[in-house]
Design a binder for this molecule. Sequence first.
Ligand SMILES: Nc1ncnc2c1ncn2[C@@H]1O[C@H](COP(=O)(O)OP(=O)(O)OP(=O)(O)O)[C@@H](O)[C@H]1O
Ligand SMILES: [Mg+2]
Length: 258
Amino acid sequence: MKRIVAFSGKGGVGKTTSLALFLKYIIETKNKLDILVIDSDPDANIADVIGEEVQFCDTIGGKMKDLKDKIQKRQLPLDVPKNQIIEGDVYDCLIEMDDFDLLEMGRQEGEGCYCYINSVLKNVVDTLAKNYDITLLDSPAGLEHFARKTGRNVTDLVIVTDPSKMGIHTLKRILEITSEVDLKFEIIWVLGNRFPANLRKILIDEIEKINQQNVKLLGFISNNDEISAINLTGGNLLDLPKDNSSYQEAKEIFAQIM
Ligand SMILES: Nc1ncnc2c1ncn2[C@@H]1O[C@H](COP(=O)(O)OP(=O)(O)OP(=O)(O)O)[C@@H](O)[C@H]1O
Ligand SMILES: [Mg+2]
């Protein structure tokens, strides 16, 4: 079954890192799956952790800035519908990696209204995801995109938290907002990242107190020096050794999603 898995949570808790570990797991164990990774963080986080450099002009934000300028200067061909141009731009932005495709959303630049472009984009990205067995979405930190109801088709929402009061606070706010705006996920997973063993019970108790049937504990990933070192030196998280202990934990917990 097709899965669309989105990673969310407070800034810096390990959304992008967990996504990369999940990606490594499905590349290594579920061969022949068509995988799409959408980086909707304006700072191009995924590219960073897999050691890729993506220029602004190759992101959706870059293409859409071009398009908006052309609309304003009336430089667009009259015989091609605008939504078709946007669709073409999205396909142009797909970066084909060895084992998956990557779409960098980039940031929105410049003045003027992006409403029309954004509404078309939402549909194009939904349609694009239909061509893949699994789509992984790296959401920006914060809650605004939930209020705007992006990610309507997400099947699994993974909320990442670190061992901090603020991380757990954001987790609860995300749960509140998604139910306020009636965003429906098949399942909402809570992932405790960098949790020392002696503090895990606190998160387990917090989740038990949340009275929501589709909210489940995914599990824990320990803090790991090798992960920090890869980040510090600009390496590729997908090259983490297979016997890395945090990757082993990640594999076990992510198997629940697949
Ligand atoms: N399990 C871990 N062990 C060691 N370091 C980790 C671990 N998880 C995350 N980190 C480090 O914590 C920092 C933040 O992680 P990451 O970029 O994945 O967070 P994020 O939630 O995506 O942040 P942002 O909100 O800025 O997108 C990075 O330096 C990363 O290497
Ligand atoms: Mg990130």
